[in-house]
Design a protein around this ligand. Structure first.
Ligand code: NAP
Ligand code: HSE
Length: 338
């Protein structure tokens, strides 16, 4: 039996759910000849109660945090100090499993060589446990035409609850209780989280050099959406959804996030009510749909676990596509901004 020592960075909603999940996987890991050992857990406040985690493993000191471990699991979030630690782990040759789409989107220039080298595993960063990254990475045999997705669970939940008649603040509080919100919920309702995710998706399927600043410029959120606007849209046979899109324009790839009006029978409306849904169109495969839970501790932890198995089985992390210039004259779906 081989002992694999893991450093865990972050023990909040996802981190605690993942530690809880670990205990259910010991048999499966043992069948692979692996005994997983949690070496230490880095947090900001070591006094906070975390029932799933033995308190002697908790530390707030990054010094020595990566010593003697074989893999880093990062479920802390943020792009500053956390990003520095992730890069330190990568530069030491450690594989890193992360759910942190903000980091992937915003510090891609530094992370990209490690991602291209197969050291970065990030299934949990987009649509949580619904495995879109692994699936999209299997589509290199196709020419990507466009992607459109409802990829923020908080906004999806808020919109569904407002359509059911709940007020914005009440619905937001419910989403918080469900563990859906980012540490700063303005990232969710402002469309930034969805922008992070379309950036990750775009680099995996279309352009490995897609720039975060370009995506951010074309990002709008749902802060001004009201139950009245949703009801008015519904009377016209439409639904308003926050959609992240990637499509060719003027010979290069662009990405945007904004509330759009979709026909009630649009697949993204039918599949994405209260959850996540993604539409991929490529040649020659045609149109594919993915739908499922896109937020919450347990479902996200399951994707972290999937990545751990991926690494243990010897598979590389998620590889960005080699540059793919969009062909001219491709038909793309035009969505009406709300
Ligand atoms: P969370 O509940 O806020 O937990 C964050 C954890 O990271 C906390 O334990 C916090 O420590 C620790 N932390 C934050 N900054 C740190 C720093 N600079 N140094 C040391 N520890 C630090 O967040 P979460 O919901 O679990 O999300 C974690 C990550 O997963 C984020 O990147 C998020 O975007 C991503 N994600 C979340 C979901 C979801 O549904 N929640 C889904 C997919 C991806 P303290 O506890 O001491 O404050
Ligand atoms: N805050 C994110 C969301 C978590 O609501 O989708 C999952 O990435």
């Amino acid at each position: 039996m081989k002992t694999v020592r893991v450093a865990l960075l972050g023990a909040g909603t996802v981190g605690q759910a993942w530690v809880g999940l670990l205990s259910q996987h010991q048999d499966r890991l043992a069948a692979l000849g692996v005994r997983l050992e949690l070496a230490r857990v880095l947090v900001r406040d070591a006094q906070r109660s975390r029932p799933a985690i033995p308190s002697h493993l908790l530390t707030t000191d990054p010094k020595g945090f990566l010593e003697g471990v074989e893999v880093l699991v990062e479920v802390a979030g943020g792009t500053g100090r956390v990003g520095d630690l992730v890069l330190e782990a990568l530069s030491r040759g450690l594989p890193v499993i992360t759910a942190n789409k903000a980091l992937l989107a915003e510090r891609w220039g530094e992370l990209r060589p490690y991602a291209e080298g197969g050291q970065l595993y990030y299934e949990a960063s987009v649509m949580a446990g619904t495995p879109v990254l692994g699936a999209l990475q299997s589509l290199w045999g196709n020419r990507t035409q466009e992607l459109h997705g409802i990829v923020n669970g908080t906004c999806s939940y808020l919109i569904r609850r407002m359509e059911e008649g709940a007020g914005y603040q009440k619905a937001l509080e419910e989403a918080r209780q469900l563990g859906y919100l980012e540490a700063d919920p303005r990232l969710d309702v402002g469309g930034i989280d969805a922008a992070h995710k379309i950036c990750v998706l775009g680099r995996l399927t279309a352009d490995p050099a897609l720039e975060w600043s370009q995506v951010l410029q074309r990002t709008r959120g749902i802060e001004h959406l009201t139950p009245e606007a949703l009801a008015e849209a519904r009377r016209s046979g439409q639904a308003i959804r926050l959609v992240a899109s990637l499509y060719p324009e003027g010979g290069s790839w662009v990405a945007a996030v904004r509330p759009v009006r979709l026909p009630l029978e649009h697949p993204l409306v039918l599949l994405g009510s209260g959850r996540n849904a993604l539409m991929y169109r490529g040649e020659p495969i045609g149109t594919l749909y993915f739908a499922g839970a896109g937020a919450g501790g347990a479902v996200t932890a399951s994707a972290v676990m999937d990545d751990l198995y991926r690494w243990l089985s010897g598979a590389p992390g998620h590889l960005p596509i080699p540059r793919a210039v969009p062909a001219s004259g491709l038909e793309v779906e035009r969505l009406e901004e709300a």
